[in-house]
Design a protein around this ligand. Structure first.
Ligand code: ZN
Length: 123
């Protein structure tokens, strides 16, 4: 099997509702996002998939979050704006982006809200 990784980042503001502490106040992060894919085959030129294609899809998803107040986005009105839920949001969007692509499978999304803390989502 082959594993492929693409990374990108975005900046946004949020508040963690019902959190008893500082994080309930409006604040921001520069989230780093890493997506892990897997593939069991390579094409005739030795690629599982064109990284630029994956990067473009990730960029499109992060554009919906970048420089936004996350609590105002419909998805996050029903889900917390925690890093865990952000990882799941990106996973679900990427899953839709890939559709039923037979060559590349989405494995895991990891989001870092700081250098020291990250959350992952996978199915
Ligand atoms: Zn926060």
């Amino acid at each position: 099997m082959y594993e492929l990784i693409v990374e990108d980042d975005f900046s946004a503001a949020h508040r963690l509702n019902h959190y008893k502490g500082d994080c309930e106040q409006l604040h921001g992060h520069n989230w780093k996002v890493q997506i892990l894919f897997e593939s069991d085959r390579l094409n005739e030129i030795g690629l599982a998939v064109d990284f630029r294609d994956l990067q473009k899809r990730l960029n499109k998803i992060l554009h919906t979050l970048d420089h936004k107040y996350l609590n105002d986005i419909d998805y996050f009105k029903k889900n917390a704006t925690s890093t865990e839920c952000i990882a799941r949001y990106i996973y679900e969007k990427m899953s839709m982006e890939l559709g039923s692509s037979p060559h590349v499978k989405l494995k895991k999304v990891t989001c870092w809200e700081s250098d020291k803390s990250a959350a992952s989502y996978y199915e």
